[in-house]
Ligand binder design. Structure first.
Ligand code: URA
Length: 226
């Protein structure tokens, strides 16, 4: 199958059309078929965790506190993609695919992350508008965000940046401290059925959607004519 695709000129390695004799380092080189990124290696694994509160987003904690990596049942060395604060709950990706992780967290790709946020009080329409338009934080202005009021004191916020504690600081800046923060979507990935502490592998279709999301936003598709 791979040979047929290569002979048809549909495979590129680091942007060059591949020949049958090419040797590929699947861990470091970018392989595309019809312009679409393919997973780093057949051994690449992708997990989705519903992180509960009280667990640290790291592969290894020197203080011995519970980590997100320990919550996944695998022998493969994986790491979290981006981070959620200790008290933040919700969806987190873990993988051994460094290239996808890099693209998913790269500011120029700007993958969307959606949060449900319970705050103190009930933000006014004017405060919600400030969140939408951008908040001046000490490390810069936040980009325009999608913000909607779900119910009394509950907001849905979609951002595509990854500043440290960004949602908490945005809400603090409008005078409404965060009581509970749950990530409900990462780009195309959602799972309302995954219970806190639960995890599962991503399907092949979900991995493809993630690759499309980062490839589409980050790099123009390569057009190959055969
Ligand atoms: N924004 C925050 O403030 N905390 C998180 O964990 C994620 C986004």
């Amino acid at each position: 199958m791979a040979e047929i695709l290569i002979e048809a000129g549909r495979v590129t390695i680091d942007g060059r059309v591949a020949d049958l004799g090419n040797r590929v380092d699947a861990d470091s080189q970018e392989i595309r078929v019809d312009g679409k990124l393919v997973p780093a290696a057949p051994s690449a694994v992708y997990f989705l965790l519903n992180k509960p509160t009280g667990v640290i987003t790291t592969a290894d904690d020197p203080h011995g506190r519970p980590t997100v990596v320990e919550m996944i049942n695998t022998d493969v060395r994986i790491f979290p993609v981006g981070r959620l604060d200790m008290t933040t709950e919700g969806l987190l990706l873990l993988t051994n695919d460094g290239r996808l992780a890099h693209l998913l967290t790269h500011p120029s790709v700007g993958i969307e992350k959606e949060y449900l946020v319970r705050v103190e009080g009930d933000p006014s329409p004017a405060s919600i508008r400030r969140l939408r338009e951008g908040i001046q934080l000490e490390d810069g202005l936040t980009a325009p965000a999608q913000v909607s009021r779900v119910s009394d004191g509950v907001l849905r916020i979609v951002i595509h940046e990854g500043k440290n504690r960004q949602v908490r600081r945005m809400c603090e800046a409008i005078g409404h401290d965060v009581i509970r923060l749950v990530r409900t979507r990462i780009g195309p990935i959602q799972d309302a059925k995954l219970t806190p502490g639960g995890s599962r592998s991503l399907s092949v279709g979900e991995v493809r959607k993630l690759m499309d999301a980062v490839g589409f936003a980050g790099q123009p598709e390569t057009t190959i004519t055969s």
